[in-house]
Design a protein around this ligand. Structure first.
Ligand code: AHR
Length: 509
């Protein structure tokens, strides 16, 4: 393959990377909570009932914003059922996944887990079957000092100091006919605005995410967003985007080009926000919260989300392969390239349900998508740079032209983090990197995720087929670097940087 040139310049900055784009999502569905993070019966459980093997795998992913308790689950959830003495919490029919919800894990357990793993809690209020007042009461429970009813209730449950939950989602996917309390845009917008006012009056410091379109394929796509943003744009901070992708055609090259449409989804939503803002003659910028994203297609059907009236069933336990891992890396590249507008993003989800970690009995497996997320999470501090890519590529049937190499870059303190994906199924890719205004002086750390073929995956019997290895085919030259990427790979390289001594790419003595 001909070399690809990646041209960067330390002055071509997009925006600081918001650490919250490395968020996750924990929902009460299937075995995400029960038998996932919380499993008091497991020999791996600690005194609080958390599964330490799962927590040990979660830790290196360094999740930031953690969205909870749903998802679709949130639209039927009444938070009061999940607080107080466990023995008196009700067991309920759960309608989003037709399961049994024992309410043994609720707000206090979630906050405890969030503190343990250094997550920023992001709570979704029930705007499906709940009321704006119930949402407000939850803000008081979490954020108000003692002295009033729900703050006192929190204190009575063991937490005298407020939890200080800053991020709140105004419902979930309210444009989806599958959603409890599904409503037309104008109707939802009124509900969201009422809730926003009560919640903000309770704690003016909170940030609010309003529901954008759940899917790009819905007939109301963008019209929903425009209507909602024009009504509530001045009272919220973010609009949500959701996206699940998959290799539906069995065509890996086409699938790996899906990043074009992720870029497009972000850019179109940012444009809708600007349009709503301009029509309102407002200076307020609504930013994007990409609060559900992942690969999900093998288990995306009615049966996979049907718990048949049982507790903790094996729902939507997608098994991921190498090509999925590269697509996950592609999502992250896209978020970094759009750091000026994407401020929050949540991998959906974290354990068992469409997740990087799968449990079976007392075992916990790291799936292929675990590894690219970990590479990025370890290199997330800095300012996103605008990359220019020159080199070979191909025309994909569904998403148009893509380069063989997908990339993003973060300029850190004395270092540059470079992320590269080689989309070629069978060819190694030579990449020449140059950075205006800087010299790449040394490789501080470099890792690559690859594997035998696009469909290779980890199993409980063979857990290490896909992993990350030290990446060595990197040569420094003239202040830049020459890199050789294996076929079907995602690499992350951290370079030590020094000020440039001369013109771009030069080394004038
Ligand atoms: O993440 C699984 C489900 O996907 C969520 O509950 C819902 O919001 C989305 O449709």
């Amino acid at each position: 393959m001909d070399p690809t040139r990646v041209l960067l310049d330390c002055e071509y900055q997009i925006a600081p990377v918001d650490p919250r784009i490395f968020g996750g999502f924990l929902e009460h569905v299937g075995r995400a909570v029960y038998q996932g993070v919380y499993d008091p019966q497991s020999p791996c459980a600690d005194a609080q009932g958390f599964r330490t093997d799962v927590l040990n795998h979660l830790e290196p992913l360094r999740f930031t914003a953690m969205r909870y308790p749903g998802g679709n689950f949130a639209s039927g959830y009444h938070w009061l059922n999940g607080v107080g003495p466990r023995a008196s919490r009700p067991t309920l029919q759960e309608l989003a996944s037709l399961s049994i919800e024992p309410n043994q894990f609720g707000t206090d357990e979630f906050i405890c887990l969030a503190r343990r793993l250094n997550w920023t809690p992001m709570l979704t209020v029930n705007l499906g079957t709940g009321t704006p007042e119930e949402a407000r009461d939850w803000v008081e429970y979490c954020n108000s000092p003692c002295g009033t009813k729900y703050a006192n209730l929190r204190a009575g449950n063991g937490a005298a100091a407020p939890y200080g939950v800053k991020l709140w989602c105004l419902g979930n996917e309210m444009d989806g006919p599958w959603q409890q309390g599904y409503a037309p845009a104008g109707h939802y917008a009124i509900r969201a605005r009422q809730a926003a006012k009560l919640m903000r009056d309770t704690d003016p410091s909170i940030e609010l995410v309003v529901c954008g379109s759940a899917e790009t394929g819905l007939p109301t796509y963008l019209e929903w967003d425009r209507t909602v943003l024009e009504y509530v744009g001045d009272t919220v901070d973010y609009v949500s985007l959701h996206r699940y992708v998959g290799n539906l055609k069995g065509d890996t090259a086409d699938y790996l080009a899906v990043t074009n449409s992720i870029d497009e989804q972000i850019e179109v939503m940012a444009a809708v926000c600007r349009c709503a803002q301009a029509r309102a003659r407002s200076h307020k910028r609504i930013q994007l919260s990409f609060d559900e994203w992942n690969v999900w297609y093998r288990t995306q059907n009615a049966e996979s989300v049907n718990g048949h009236g049982q507790y903790a069933q094996h729902l939507v336990e997608e098994e991921y392969d190498l090509q999925d891992a590269l697509v996950v890396a592609g999502f992250l590249n896209s978020f970094i390239r759009h750091a000026d507008v994407v401020k929050i993003a949540n991998l959906a989800q974290i354990v068992n349900v469409i997740a990087p970690i799968l449990t079976r009995g007392d075992q916990a497996l790291r799936q292929s998508i675990y590894y690219p997320f970990r590479l990025y999470a370890q290199r997330r501090e800095g300012v996103a740079l605008q990359p220019v890519v020159r080199g070979p590529g191909y025309e994909s049937a569904s998403y148009g032209f893509v380069h063989a190499i997908d990339t993003s870059a973060i300029l850190g303190d004395g270092c540059l983090h470079l992320f590269l994906i080689n989309r070629s199924l069978d060819e190694p890719a030579p990449v020449e990197v140059s950075v205006g205004g800087l010299r790449l002086a040394a490789v501080r750390a470099a890792e690559v995720v690859s594997g035998p073929c696009p469909t290779s995956r980890n199993t409980f019997d063979q857990p290490d087929t896909i992993g990350s290895q030290a990446f060595k085919t990197i040569e420094l030259c003239d202040g830049g670097a020459r890199i050789q990427l294996p076929p079907l790979s995602a690499a992350a390289v951290t370079f030590e940087t020094r000020p440039a001594r001369g013109p771009v790419g030069g080394s004038v003595a």
